[in-house]
Ligand binder design. Sequence first.
Ligand code: SDX
Length: 372
Amino acid sequence: TEAIPTIYKGLAGVVVDTTAISKVVPETNSLTYRGYAVQDLAAHCSFEEVAYLLWHGELPTPAQLELLCQRERAARRADRSLLSLLAKMPDNCHPMDVVRTAISYLGAEDPAEDDNSPSENLAKALRMTAVLPTIVAADFRRRRGQDPIAPHSHLGFAENFLNMCFGEVPDPAVVTAFEVSLILYAEHSFNASTFAARVVTSTLSDIYSAVTAAIGALKGPLHGGANEAVMHDMLEIGDPDRAEEWLLGKLAAKDKVMGFGHRVYKNGDSRVPTMKAALHDVAAATGGEKWVRMYDILEKAMAGATGIAPNLDFPTGPAYYLMGFDVEMFTPMFVMSRITGWTAHIIEQGASNSLIRPLSEYSGVPQRSVVA
Ligand code: SDX
């Protein structure tokens, strides 16, 4: 009998390609985008600067940033046909289905959809990055029975999104915390949604198809959907004093506790301390100390019971909730950020020009004939 090859389920631990976009170092618990520590970027840069860095490999000069911002602000408006398509979406369909459909529509209406040249794909990446907040904010308000608010070209990326959702720019601490979450969510090497985008790109399909595939992957609760699951759990717990009992019950039932664990980080997610500080700032600005207390109790109980540390979705859930967002919008907001990392990888994969097609080991019935 043939020797059965080693099978790497879930590609766990398998290095399938190189990337120059980001580096995740579990040993030192660090993450760098194009060589810059993500903590530094979150402390000193705007999301627009980080987007430029991911796409171009360098932080922008003032002139390059000015040009990027002009182009991004000019591309924020969702045209009437797209808005009317979104208005036709079923009232309570999943918001990730709205985002996935919107990107698919943008591709269908783009006459240059199949032009995969790097310069064209950069322009498409910027267009998608600019219009996604308009789509997400319009859907957020539609679900509340409110009319959409048009984008304002005098507001920055983060401020403009918050204004399109709530009709005003909130407390600076909230704006900063939101911008930090966008920077921390932007890129994370070959995570499932990014790898999905690379697989689609490897067949020479178009960037919209690759992003649509990535959105489908990110929706899952084991991936991007975890930030919504975290908040649903916290709301279910209700009172911080019930948190430990709830967690131990989940573990006893062999359920996964959303917001904890990671395929790559085994001693804690390098992004959590920065987002936890942002959560504290938002809680202080909005009177949300209760959720910080619940966060601390859950983190401590999980560490004691399993040694498993939180991932980025854990602090982000309550932070977005305290900013006033409905929980179902949390993963679409993850898309607004990760579109930058996905499109950087799509451009990188497009240049490598190698079809992604692994092997499988057959485990079915032995060969047999059709009885005539
Ligand atoms: C993101 O890949 C990325 O980089 C993703 C991301 C990004 O930026 O793109 O970082 C964003 O998706 C963060 C992860 C969000 N997902 C969740 O919070 C969902 C809950 N987490 C788990 O489902 C899990 O930790 C994964 C899926 C994230 C990682 O799982 P692995 O590496 O496949 O590990 P595993 O599921 O095999 O767990 C190993 C052991 C298991 O115990 P045994 O079955 O071997 O006895 O640890 C246990 C698991 O049961 N475990 C958990 C747990 N995570 C792992 N037990 C309870 N709760 C958890 N959350």
